[in-house]
Design a protein. Structure first.
Lengths: 134, 404
């Protein structure tokens, strides 16, 4: 049976994809090379990983207003993630996700960082406020 | 607006705001008096550029006073910081589009020091984290982070969804900070931002800082806020006895019990400086930026560099806005800095420079030393090895080339 996590609030269409789980905060400005879609911050837990078509599972946000435009541009370049799953977020992530039409969720009932592992396929369903590990 | 009777751009803006407001459970909109928009080609890319051109073409006009954040390139010729020519053409076009939309292109991240100071309780929509935290904390004005299209949408509709820091409850303190350290430099305030922000990354956390021994200056609060916003993603703090919603600690907490407590001593501040390590490298930069420098910071820095000379292998950059650049020229600060070998950039911030990763590699720069705790955090995707130092140390490092 697949494991289902519930989220506190969510926006966007339902999607499935491969999870990329981070251990620390994420900012598309501080951590990401926005030309290649690869995480380039020295020492980041996902350093060297591409975010393209992955569902990013992120405990917190860092900074920054860059996400307001950045997700839209990542989509334009074809290197956007498929969805954003946050423990805690700031409004910029929501503003950026809505502009880029990228599903986004905040808060989780179980600790998603322990339940979800990088490489697993997961389904994010904002309308149902669930994340399902497939 | 939603029916499109005020044009397609306004319709798109309000529809966007409704979606964002719904996510946060906003029940209404609040009218705003001022917007601060962030849009440069480095962060918006061709996707955002096309978007902006389209809504400008639909006749989008700001209906409240609106200014612009720092740009991603200076339009003066600095050989070691060359942007891509096609991107430069686009950035110039972005500036023109903003002006057509009735944005005053001040190109500044210190609008709160140089352009507009909202009053207590005044709702605004500001699109740069350092400006937001200054507005909420120091002025007692009310704004969320409004990134990307969000601040433009607010400028076009003259309103913003009422969630987060527009409401009373989220403004109450949640972290108790006892400041025992003696603060000696803007970098010390930035270090406090790192100590409080980094372990508490939470937009809705509001530190209440007690114990400041002297009245902090605007530039010090600027660095504190920029650092809290950068490390902690925070949008508000209270400084008891200093900021307007914190005459007492009890008022700042508003009956809410602190989630956590932290005490900051001199040793903690020193510990922040000791946590940075230099990497092997013959070419390095010292940067005074993030946020842009105020007029008094320019005056102070000119005094420190007067009669000295930037050492071989070092590059020194200062960023400020057009207004302060112009005044600094008139007052002679610029000449003093340039005679010392310092490069002063206007209308930009260092960490958002277009093609910075390539610029770093072309110049062979390894270490970046700064008195800005924000800058040493935000620039890391470009693979600089960053080091935070006090202003006097930064100047000494710049002029001796000795990394210490």
């Amino acid at each position: 049976m697949s494991l289902v996590l519930h989220v506190a609030r969510a926006w966007g269409p339902a999607v499935e994809g491969e999870a990329l789980v981070m251990k620390e905060g994420f900012s598309p400005r501080y951590d990401l090379n926005r030309v290649t879609g690869v995480i380039t911050r020295i020492g980041h837990s996902a350093e060297g990983e591409s975010i393209r078509d992955r569902i990013l599972v992120i405990p917190t946000t860092k900074g920054g207003v860059a996400g307001g435009w950045a997700f839209n541009d990542l989509r334009h370049k074809g290197i956007a993630p498929r969805a954003l799953v946050f423990g805690k977020l700031n409004p910029v992530m929501v503003q950026g996700a809505v502009l880029a039409k990228l599903p986004i969720t905040e808060g989780w009932t179980r600790n998603a960082l322990e339940d979800i592992r990088t490489g697993q396929r997961i389904r994010v369903d904002p309308a149902a406020r669930t994340i399902t590990i497939l | 607006m939603l029916r499109g009777e005020q044009g397609a751009a306004v319709q798109e803006a309000i529809a966007f705001q409704v979606e964002v407001g719904r996510f946060f459970g906003a029940e209404s909109f609040v009218p705003i008096t001022n917007a601060h928009v962030m849009g440069d080609i480095e962060v918006m890319g061709d996707g955002g550029f096309g978007f902006l051109e389209r809504i400008a073409g639909e006749g989008a006009k700001c209906r409240v006073a609106t200014d612009s954040n720092a740009r991603c390139m200076h339009f003066d010729d600095v050989a070691c910081l060359k942007p891509d020519a096609p991107e430069e053409a686009k950035e110039r076009r972005v500036v023109q589009i903003l002006r057509d939309m009735r944005v005053a292109t001040t190109d500044t991240c210190i609008n709160y020091q140089t352009v507009y100071q909202p009053k207590r309780g005044e709702h605004v929509a500001w699109g740069d984290t350092g400006t937001v935290i200054y507005a909420n904390s120091v002025f007692g004005a009310r704004t969320n982070y409004e990134g990307g299209f969000s601040s433009f949408a607010a400028a076009l509709t003259g309103r913003t969804p009422a969630y987060g820091f527009h409401l009373d409850a989220p403004r109450r303190g949640s972290i108790a900070v006892r400041l025992e350290a003696t603060m000696r430099d803007v970098a010390d305030w930035g270090a406090v931002g790192r100590i409080v922000g980094h372990p508490n990354q939470d937009y809705f956390a509001v530190p209440v800082i007690e114990g400041a021994k002297a009245m902090p200056l605007s530039d010090e609060l600027k660095h504190l806020g920029a650092s809290l916003a950068s490390y902690g993603s925070m949008a508000m703090y209270h400084l008891v006895g200093v900021t307007p919603e914190a005459a007492t600690a009890a008022e700042a907490f508003g009956g809410r019990a602190p989630d956590s407590r932290v005490t900051i001593t001199d040793a903690d501040i020193e510990g922040v400086y000791r946590s940075y390590r230099y990497a092997e490298g013959a070419k390095n930069v010292v940067v005074f930026s993030g946020p842009q420098l105020s007029l008094f910071e320019m005056q102070d820095l000119a005094g420190r560099f007067a009669g000295r000379r930037v050492a071989a292998g070092m590059h020194v950059f200062v960023t400020t806005n057009h207004a302060i650049h112009s005044d600094s020229a008139r007052l002679g600060y610029l000449r003093t800095l340039e005679e010392a070998g310092v490069t002063v950039l206007q209308g930009v911030c260092f960490y958002i420079l277009q093609r910075l990763t390539e610029i770093r590699a072309e110049n062979g720069w390894v270490n970046l030393v700064s008195n800005s705790a924000k800058l040493v955090n935000t620039i890391t995707a470009h693979r600089f090895n960053t080091v935070l130092r006090r202003t006097a140390d930064c100047v000494d490092i710049a002029c001796t080339g000795v990394l210490r």
